[in-house]
Design a protein around this ligand. Structure first.
Ligand SMILES: Cc1cc2nc3c(=O)[nH]c(=O)nc-3n(C[C@H](O)[C@H](O)[C@H](O)COP(=O)(O)O)c2cc1C
Length: 394
């Protein structure tokens, strides 16, 4: 990240999750309720495990905000783990509590357990799984909502929806979706417990999850996340790591269990002739945000040469099925070397709806970073003035 940076810390059953985000200009209005709303979106969705019932995440602002406004300093956030009271000695920082819970020695396939334990020389796999858990994404959603609030002030909206779960897919052609379509689909998805705006597909997704719950396996799927209201020129063609598509792929692949990322038509572009998949350019005098042109299609997903072209930025991501499943998987005990069948622990059967909310958070962070890289500003007033000046001179 170039102008905005953030870090998260915290273990799944530790005291809580901490986050710091630096680079947000002063005078941005921000309330805990705004962040909590995004946290509760992450926690919802059909197919989640029991943990979601224990947690009801609430953010605390520790620094960087005074009387409802950012003050330009790093913003520190904290989310308490509601389960902490059951883990106080098991996850204690004090050496005298050592041994309060038995060590984990049976790595789960599909998790960080085995490579993490070997790499960090840990006999107790808990020291790996506590951090690799997707519980961490609660803080990513919290810092992402700070970025989302910033973008909202500048007329940029971020949304998303689920397009497939376990092979049950909604029919969709991302290249035909204009900003209004994306906004409508995303808003319809809010009412769906699988975050899918298509009722027929949503019913099939639910059926697939119910079947997986009964039979003891898990499911993955795909989702779309978009940002719209963007000016032409965020990101850059001049260096590989400044390309906006590369920054988005990095951020989306950084979400646990995401194994594929497409921008616009993505893999679909590979099978088509070039004559069908470029977004032709038409004059549109006065549309300064898009460079006084318009596009009637969006095969490129809003990015050409690593820069926004004024169309919505559209990312589709693929999530693998949840590794922990009731049907036993084979593994090896790291102490005895003996084979065993992994025991089942309470777990999500499908978390694609939640992953789409996390996708919105990372989209917000990447776009806010690219926006600040281009327009700078230490206060919202300055950022807005710089942005307006750019649009006037387009
Ligand atoms: C929102 C969300 C919830 C998840 N819930 C679980 C879960 O309950 N059980 C589980 O075994 N994995 C879960 N995962 C997936 C694991 O975190 C992930 O597969 C694991 O950390 C290994 O990382 P990798 O799949 O990227 O290799 C979840 C992922 C996300 C994004």
């Amino acid at each position: 990240m170039f102008r905005l940076r953030y870090l998260t810390a915290g273990e799944s059953h530790g005291r809580g999750l901490s986050g710091i985000i630096e680079g947000i200009p002063a005078n941005l209005p921000l309330t805990p309720e705004y962040v909590d709303r995004q946290l509760s979106r992450r926690q919802s969705g059909f197919g989640r495990g029991g943990r979601m019932k224990i947690e009801s995440d609430r953010v605390e602002f520790v620094s960087g905000i005074r009387w409802g406004l950012t003050i330009g300093s790093p913003i520190a956030l904290y989310i308490e783990n509601r389960d902490w009271e059951n883990w106080q000695s098991g996850m204690s920082a004090l050496s005298e509590d050592k041994g309060a819970v038995p060590p984990v020695t049976r790595p789960r396939p599909g998790h960080a357990d085995l490579p993490g334990a070997k790499k960090y020389r840990q006999d107790d796999i808990r020291n790996i799984l506590e951090r690799s858990s997707a519980r961490e994404t609660a803080m990513r959603v919290a810092v992402g909502s700070v970025a989302r609030r910033f973008l909202e002030e500048l007329g940029i909206t971020v949304g998303g929806f689920v397009t497939a779960i376990g092979g049950a897919a909604m029919r969709i052609e991302p290249s035909a979706l204009m900003a209004e379509d994306l906004k409508r689909l995303s808003s319809d998805a809010e009412a769906s417990d699988v975050r899918c705006p298509d009722d027929v597909a949503a019913a099939r997704m639910r059926e697939a999850i119910e079947k997986a719950m009964t039979e003891g396996y898990s499911l993955g799927g795909t989702f779309i996340v978009y940002a719209e209201g963007l000016p032409v020129g965020l990101g850059s063609h001049i260096q590989w790591d400044r390309r906006l598509d590369s920054r988005l792929a990095h951020a989306f692949m950084g979400i646990q269990a995401i194994k594929g990322v497409e921008i616009g038509d993505g893999f679909g572009l590979a099978d088509k002739p070039g004559s069908e998949v470029m977004d032709e350019i038409f004059p549109a005098p006065g549309s300064s945000r898009t460079g006084s042109v318009l596009r009637k299609t969006n095969h490129a997903g809003g990015i050409e040469g690593g820069m926004t072209n004024g169309m919505p930025v559209v990312v589709r991501a693929a999530m693998k099925p949840i590794p922990t499943q009731r049907k036993p998987l084979r593994s090896v005990d790291t102490v005895s070397g003996e084979p065993f069948e992994a025991a089942y622990e309470r777990s999500d059967v499908c978390a694609v709806p939640a992953a789409s909310v996390i996708g919105e958070a990372v989209m917000s962070l990447v776009i806010a970073d690219a926006f600040l890289e281009k327009f700078g500003g230490d206060s919202m007033e300055e950022t807005r003035r710089n942005y307006e000046g750019y649009l006037e001179n387009m």
